[in-house]
Write a protein that binds this ligand. Structure first.
Ligand SMILES: *Cc1c(COP(=O)(O)O)cnc(C)c1O
Length: 408
């Protein structure tokens, strides 16, 4: 069976994790702090906080911004449920909007229609690793300043809707001369096991607020406290001789990154550009070459107008098929021992959201993308032979299902 996206676990990763274990420091410590600094240097944002997941990062920023009951957060219908769940956690209302057909990303024109005086945050998602149009989205936030009702000091200071990017897929992606993390106010990366850069579980909040209006380093320090019980001293600081007394300044959360995760992250970051990304690009180019001549396939977009993807997914679409045909094609592909996936079942189609009254089918492009999409395996250890096996399985399965359809 060809798996979908197993993590790369080699001796280098194992040795660094063992080194972290043997150092005696396994919770948040020197490796996490080093990883944060290296992410900031790599992405070109202003300060970075590592946490145990992207979900925690998104939620902590919503809470820091004071998002709560009565507030609205605009996000694409076409995303993983985490993007919407964190809005629910805060007691606010997710306002789903439709996406583009070209790159699967949130459609700025649809965002504009959804902005009200209750809108506090826009949460775009860099689908498959392709950055959204943050110039257009940030401009919408600025142009709609007059609609923004600030409810606290932070909101007053920003004076507009916050642009919080769900960059779970887009570590290393770029737009113009800037990398993901430096494209809007705040971006949150995921280092979950299936993501491009994995730390087993993990995430990072890339702060990029305009200075000197905001002091990103100060926000970072405050968020360290907020994500560790509201405790004014972390474990590292408490190891200093006699420095035992601490205070709790708020009922904070507990979602810090461990140094074991950071040890993996440091290895992965060092080889990200000249190894991981080279391999992922090779896989994507190979799929494009092997599937590109068949006009039943709609190939994904990885580059255009200065934007460059991080090659997180290969979201293939098959032209003019129904959801049922897509499911039948996937069954055939699995029969050939190839693992594929769908990104994503639209969030408003999930029971929890349906029960709140949402309806996914009103988002026409989202529903069309979803019905015709099959994500192919992309991972470091995928061989050229396996790439051929995958594309053959896809082509044969499409032949079988669509011919059956034509015959019947
Ligand atoms: C993976 C993913 C997340 C959640 O990341 P975690 O690190 O698992 O919390 C959020 N949004 C999208 C689009 C994702 O794919």
């Amino acid at each position: 069976m060809i798996p979908f996206s197993p993590p790369r676990i080699d001796d280098k990763v194992c040795n660094e994790v063992v080194a972290a274990l043997k150092s005696g420091w396994i919770t948040t410590g020197p490796r996490t702090k080093k990883f944060e600094k290296e992410i900031t240097a790599y992405c070109g944002n202003k300060a970075t906080l590592c946490l145990n997941s992207a979900t925690a990062g998104l939620e902590i920023i919503l809470r820091w911004f004071g998002v709560g009951e009565g507030d609205e957060v605009i996000l694409p219908a076409y995303t993983y449920s985490a993007t919407a769940n964190v809005v629910i956690h805060c007691g606010a209302r997710p306002v789903f909007v439709d996406v583009n057909a070209g790159d699967f990303n949130i459609d700025p024109e649809e965002i504009e229609k959804a902005i009200t005086s209750k809108t506090k945050v826009i949460m775009p998602v860099d689908f498959g690793g392709m950055p959204c149009d943050y110039n257009a989205i940030t401009k919408l936030a600025i142009d709609n300043k007059n609609k923004f009702v600030a409810a606290n000091e932070i909101q007053k200071k920003l004076g507009r809707i916050l642009v919080l990017s769900d960059s779970a897929h887009s570590f290393g992606a770029s737009s113009g001369t800037k990398k993901a993390g430096a494209l809007c106010d705040v971006s949150v990366f995921s280092f979950h096991a299936v993501k491009n850069l994995s730390t087993a579980e993990g995430g990072a909040v890339a702060l990029n607020f305009e200075e000197p209006l905001f002091n990103n380093e100060e926000i970072y320090k405050y968020l360290c406290v907020k994500t560790l019980h509201g405790q004014n001293k972390d474990a590292l600081a408490k190891t200093q001789k006699g420095n035992w007394r601490y205070d709790i300044i708020e009922a904070g959360y507990k979602c810090n990154m461990t140094d074991l995760s950071a040890a993996i992250g440091l290895v992965e970051l060092e080889r990200y550009d000249n190894d991981t990304q080279v391999k992922r690009k090779h896989i994507i180019d190979s799929y494009n070459k092997l599937l590109g001549n068949d006009n039943r396939f709609q190939l994904p977009l990885f580059e255009d107008g200065g934007r460059k993807s991080s090659y997180h997914l290969y979201p293939l679409r098959i032209k003019e098929i129904t959801e049922e045909q897509r499911d039948a094609i996937m069954r055939e592909i699995f029969e050939k021992d190839v693992s594929v996936n769908v990104h994503f079942i639209p969030v408003p189609a999930m029971s929890f959201y349906r029960n709140l009254g949402y309806d996914a089918r009103v988002f026409k492009t989202t529903w069309d993308n979803y019905s015709r999409e099959i994500s192919l395996p992309v991972f470091y250890d995928l061989t050229d032979e396996q790439i051929k096996t995958v594309t053959q399985a896809v082509i044969e399965s499409v032949n079988k299902v669509l011919e059956k359809q034509n015959a019947g």
